[in-house]
Design a protein around this ligand. Structure first.
Ligand code: AMP
Length: 190
């Protein structure tokens, strides 16, 4: 099963990915987690992207496309994977199509978790408080920028994947278990 989880920051992509990992026995590939790991390890890549992430801007397409391409080649992705937070631009989606083609594999579905921006700000700030503000990009100003970036650059992917017949949209404002159930039913996988 090769999936993309699409949705604004705070919609619950990471939470739902945890269920999908167990259900299908496939790994979650989160570009945000990988970039944060690079920052923590103070690698060259980490230094390059640190300020962009702190501002809530996107990092250049080439960087994330390269990371994902390498990651998909690893053995644990042989039976599939869940892309979480990638692709985030039409350019990334096109690059992904190309690289999957080259690898001779295809996506099974793109799950869009729909959520209203005004609710998300509150949700994420609460998450930040509970984690002691663990993420540098979880303050209100940066968060509003991340939501704006989502609307401008990532939301067009809904149409992109809908046109390919891959899109499954679920209501992300319901309770966690309900959202999981909607995803399973959208994937015909109860
Ligand atoms: P996330 O954990 O998915 O919310 O990602 C955190 C931050 O990492 C984003 O605000 C971006 O700065 C950067 N990032 C993660 N994934 C991507 C991507 N696919 N394209 C560009 N930037 C990304």
């Amino acid at each position: 099963m090769r999936l993309i989880l699409l949705g604004p920051p705070g919609a619950g992509k990471g939470t739902q990915a945890q269920f999908l990992i167990e259900k299908f026995g496939i790994p979650q590939l989160s570009t945000g987690d990988m970039l944060r790991a690079a920052i923590a390890a103070e690698t060259e890549l980490g230094l390059q992207v640190k300020d962009m992430i702190a501002r809530g801007d996107l990092v250049p397409d080439e960087i994330v496309v390269g990371i994902i391409s390498d990651r998909i080649d690893q053995a644990d992705c042989a039976n599939g994977f869940i892309l979480d937070g990638f692709p985030r631009t039409t350019g990334q989606a096109e690059a992904l199509d190309e690289l999957l083609d080259e690898k001779g594999i295809a996506l099974d579905a793109v799950v869009e978790i729909r959520a209203a921006a005004d609710i998300l700000v509150g949700r994420i700030l609460k998450r930040a408080q509970e984690n002691g503000g663990a993420r540098a990009d979880d303050n209100e100003e940066v968060l509003r920028n991340r939501l704006k970036v989502y609307e401008e650059l990532t939301a067009p992917l809904v149409e992109y994947y809908s046109a390919k017949g891959l899109l499954k949209s679920v209501d992300g404002m319901a309770g966690i278990d309900e959202v999981t159930a909607s995803i399973m039913s959208a994937l015909n996988a109860e």
